[in-house]
Design a binder for this molecule. Structure first.
Ligand code: NAD
Ligand code: UGA
Length: 442
């Protein structure tokens, strides 16, 4: 059992802290957001993540998982035997205005650690940070220490997906550790031994780059299949079948070849942009990455084009039902959710929107207080000229479409996630557009 502090209790910090506690370590999670910590101490989680609440409760009850706002308690422990050997940084790294990753939260976390640390520690960076941030973090800690105390910085990028976070932590495809001192990385590797995953140890900058390159590659797969979807629409082929056919080739793989509304969320948009920014800063021209972003931005506009096409022109005074607000199923995260942009495009053309999401409505209310929300998917379609399916929640896959049709003003569905079978929906009397499903043109 090791003593661990986790700085930042968002998606990554809470999942990491909780899962490390579940592996048997003693973990103190710290956040500067007092309300977040007060709620966590009452058992109220800041995010919706399937299964997480139970694992948090189990580890809190076992005394292995604690929450605080007090840096000295987290880093040095309330007694010397509880001092943290490892301090994970898991604070946010959002996009700054120019697309660069904003490192302000990382800087402040590093300063706070340096100011209080009274014993040697390994600082483990889990936040997604531009290449070179590990060295920069070490410089900050050195400059803010009240007296010189040994420490190491290890980069340990996180690859979990929201909605699958616990599984991804417990069964990772790989664990990447980067450090200038191999011994420090090996110590961090010991924490993960119970998960029995492949562990790769490399240098700091390479570890940081592996994270960006991985996210950018997955985003590239998505933009690639979306481009193929556009071509399928023009030529009468079905992109779902194309992706399946491609996916049988082990060199290609079926994962991340779902054409749709494009990628959103708190990660791909900001990380792809930050990688492009890093390249440009060093005088490189990231052509492919730029195309990936351009194709993704077009997805939202193309969805609204499809609406106009099926509604016979302008969206002025048309009522549109939006099914799904979260950027993907099994999360209530709406950061960079495609639904928000589509709603804004519809409203900009004078259309009216009502929306429904199985779990993200509370978050939606905070982000967009004037958005009309409905109590279920049928109410969402009631009186509408068209419905747009934005998130592939299971609940939407099982909808009684005949019931929905009877409630709608006109039976029009834009299926931005290719959830339905075009022929079946058309047979029910809907005007239907999926993404890249060539049936439209037969
Ligand atoms: P988040 O915004 O959900 O949480 C960040 C937390 O850090 C917040 O609770 C905030 O109050 C806290 N914080 C900010 N400054 C602090 C400070 N100085 N001291 C202590 N706490 C502080 O962020 P997230 O989604 O968990 O992402 C964190 C990092 O992990 C980002 O770099 C992100 O790119 C990366 N990442 C995220 C995911 C994901 O699925 N969300 C997956 C892999 C990697
Ligand atoms: C993504 C990565 O999958 C994680 O490995 C990574 O750790 C994380 O970003 C991060 O760096 O923070 P996440 O954003 O939670 O995880 O969700 P994904 O499942 O990757 O989906 C991202 C977006 O791509 C969603 O909007 C999703 O709808 C879209 N997507 C995904 C597609 O449009 N098509 C696909 O085939 C797959």
């Amino acid at each position: 059992m090791k003593n661990i502090a986790v700085i930042g209790v968002g998606y990554v910090g809470l999942v990491t802290g909780t899962c490390l506690a579940d592996l048997g370590h003693r973990v103190v999670c710290l956040d500067v957001n007092e309300e977040r910590i007060t709620n966590l101490n009452k058992g109220i989680l800041p995010i919706y993540e399937p299964g997480l609440e139970e694992v948090v409760r189990r580890n809190v009850n076992a005394g292995r998982l604690l929450f605080t706002t007090h840096y000295p308690d987290a880093v040095n422990g309330t007694s010397p035997d509880l001092a943290a050997e490892y301090v994970f940084i898991a604070v946010g790294t959002p996009s700054a205005v120019d697309g660069k990753a904003d490192l302000d939260y990382v800087r402040r976390a590093a300063e706070s650690i340096a100011e209080v640390m009274d014993h040697p520690i390994i600082v483990v960076n889990k936040s997604t940070v531009p290449v070179g941030t590990g060295d920069w973090t070490a410089d900050i800690i050195k400059s803010k220490q009240t007296r010189p105390i040994k420490f190491n910085v290890v980069s340990n990028p996180e690859f979990l997906r929201e909605g699958n976070a616990i599984y991804d932590f417990m069964y990772p495809d790989r664990i990447v550790l980067g450090s200038l001192e191999r011994e420090a990385a090996e110590k961090v590797a010991q924490l993960y031994l119970p998960v029995r995953a492949t562990i790769m140890i490399t240098d700091l900058r390479t570890a940081e780059m592996i994270k960006y390159a991985s996210n950018a590659f997955l985003a590239t797969k998505i933009s690639f299949i979306n481009e193929i979807a556009n071509i399928c629409e023009a030529l009468g082929a079905d992109v779902k079948e194309v992706a399946t056919g491609m996916g049988y080739d082990k060199r290609i793989g079926r994962a991340f070849l779902d054409a749709g509304i494009g990628y959103g969320g708190s990660c791909f948009p900001k990380d792809v942009l930050a990688l492009a920014h890093m390249a440009k800063e060093r005088g490189r021209h990231p052509q492919l990455i730029q195309a990936v972003m351009d194709i993704n931005a077009d997805r939202r506009r193309q969805t609204v084009d499809k609406l106009r096409e099926l509604l016979g022109g302008a969206l002025q005074d048309k009522k549109i039902g939006i099914l799904g607000l979260a950027f993907k199923p099994n999360t209530d995260d709406m950061r960079d959710a495609p639904a928000l942009e589509v709603i804004e495009l519809i409203e900009a053309e004078g259309g009216r929107v009502q929306a429904y999401d199985p779990v993200a409505m509370q978050v939606a209310r905070q982000i967009k207080p004037n958005l009309e929300l409905t109590v279920n998917p049928y109410e969402c379609g009631a009186g509408c000229d068209a419905v747009v399916l934005m998130t592939e929640w299971n609940e939407f896959k099982q909808l009684d479409l005949r019931r929905l049709k009877n409630l709608m003003k006109s039976p029009v569905i834009i299926d931005a996630r290719n959830v339905y079978e075009p022929e079946q929906v058309a047979d029910m009397g809907f005007s239907y557009r999926g993404i890249g499903r060539g049936y439209n043109y037969r």
